[in-house]
Write a new protein. Sequence first.
Length: 567
Amino acid sequence: MSENEENNHKNFIEEIVEQDLAQGKNEGVIQTRFPPEPNGYLHIGHAKSICLNFGLALEYGGKTNLRFDDTNPVTEDVEYVESIKNDIRWLGFDWEDREFYASDYFEKLYEYAVQLVKDGKAYVDDSPLEEIRRMRGVPTEPGEESPYRDRSVEENLDLLERMREGEFPEGARVLRAKIDMASPNMQLRDPVMYRILHKEHHRTGDAWCIYPTYDWAHGQSDAIEGITHSICTLEFEVHRPLYDWFLDQIGTFDASVLQPRPRQIEFARLNLSYTVMSKRKLLELVEGDFVSGWDDPRLPTILGMRRRGYTASGIRNFAERVGVAKRDNVIDLSFLEYCIREDLNKTAPRVMGVLDPVKLIITNYPEGQREDLSIENNPEDPASGSRSVPFSRELYIEQDDFMEDPPKKYFRLGPGGEVRLKGAYIITCTDFKKDPDTGKITEIYATYDPHTKSGEDTSGKKVKGTIHWVSLPHALPVEVRLYDRLFTDPDPAGHKDQDFKRFLNPESLNVIEKAYVEPSLKQAKPLENFQFMRKGYYCLDPDSTEDRLIFNQTVTLRDTWAKIQQK
């Protein structure tokens, strides 16, 4: 690829960074940050942001800070802090020693606020929040100025200090920036900088009872840390003038905040079909027991996706392929599954598991005999080697691999039909039994040709079908959990007049209480991935015990996304 062709593939944020570098801005330094709120678990949208921020810094020789936006003690918890750090590490990124918190800067932010009051650019407002919202008005008409807007500097300083000392109850007063109540941008209509919250903070304890708002803490924290490119999702675009206004004001008395000067850049957040991304809606699902917890494999949380068996490399590849856009769009869930499937196809060992078993008896195979067959682990990875799988007279095969009256082009097993058992022999069906009440097949009888052993076949026979199997006396009983879309509607939250939970899919989880797998899976480790031949990709659930192995379906073998692309 030529240099020009490579440049054509740059996203708009990379173009901005390269332009800044070419112009010598920030002395050639690139510093990004990932600023999660420690008030919940991260989801696939956050994963995209993580990949973007850390990936951008890696691409241009920069660094990324992890900074927790811990400005609201009401909703924050150290449990979320640890979960977020685990998720970032699992995705493959490292913030090294650059772990910061907005609370690290509470004293500095307060000093800046005091100076803004002294400069006549901030004031204490006694109005209730409801009244402040009313006075802000609408974008097409000027808002009302607060009756407290013209307080003297001395009175504002006194009240702000007393707010900090805890003299006033919650909601009694706020500190507001004095900007422009007639601005068409509502964010500039004297935004709140501090509110009173008599709540203990998970890091600072009861040292503070006034806490900065996100808008006040955001840009200043970026500046203190030397962030050059502050990458946000699109909903913060209207906040950018306020971000810049604060930096401009503080720069008049502390030039360090402009060296380098942070630049806010917005990109479209990730929206995924057949799910919801709102923390509030996800919390509603968890607290209402519609799912089993934050790590439920049907949720878009990183925790849930990890438990389902999604791989970090697959998610990183997905984030790179969906790209960085300037406008909101919805990515089909099938594309995420495609990326995971593509990754697992290269790495997951192949094993045999029968999910809907029926007994197959090879009548001419010696009773009591065991034969250990060598079967390759992954044809996509020659270095993965092979494993030994026991074979015997009695096997389990899938119910749908046998039909009493098969149609044309049915290349599995039927009366008088032939099929190869994967890695073993060609067999011929001679008879079967079925339940007279239900009509369900209960036993199948067949003979084998000992000259057709895989890798040693001297018979010259050719068959079109190959099916998987498990030796009955050696089979390992397991529980298998099959997953489908969590919602039946591709945009469950898009129906403003209906509760999104109305579209929950009652078939999103189906449990097979007793399936059978080959005995090698007794050694499986939690979250280890496998391909069950001809069935899909699965991983061992962490809740498994020695006596009860549970496998979660990760993705099917069917390449849904490729079919969508062909239409």
